[in-house]
Design a protein around this ligand. Sequence first.
Ligand code: THU
Length: 138
Amino acid sequence: METYRLNTFDDPELLSAAKEAWEHAHAPYSRFRVGAAVRTDEGKVWTGANIENAVYGLTVCAERVALWRAWMEGARSFTTLVVRSDRDRWTPPCGACRQVMLELAGPDLRVVLVQGEEVRVYRLRELLPLAFDGEQLQ
Ligand code: THU
């Protein structure tokens, strides 16, 4: 894990994109709004926000919305994914999102968390050790 400040992180545009995505959250039940932004190795950015449902289990997280949007538009190689909420604590991605990140982006993906002015950068492999992936199905 690496630590930065908001103004020293190398991809400020991606931090802003996740913040803007946050505005699109549909979270009337939890009131916990999340924004995410993912960058491809070609430099493109895709965003997502959590979209809740009155049938609670149908809710999808911001990270999956961003990755699925990107995938459906043809993006195949991802470098960095930022997750942001407006809470005074860290918002780490849930287990389901980590698994989807592994599938679509791989273990080298940089997963970026923000709290206040502090930025933490993890590799997905740190957040999802001993993962079940396609190798297990061979
Ligand atoms: N949520 C996300 O969108 N991403 C996360 O990393 C954690 C949780 C959403 C799902 C749900 O709408 C709300 O936050 C509370 O769990």
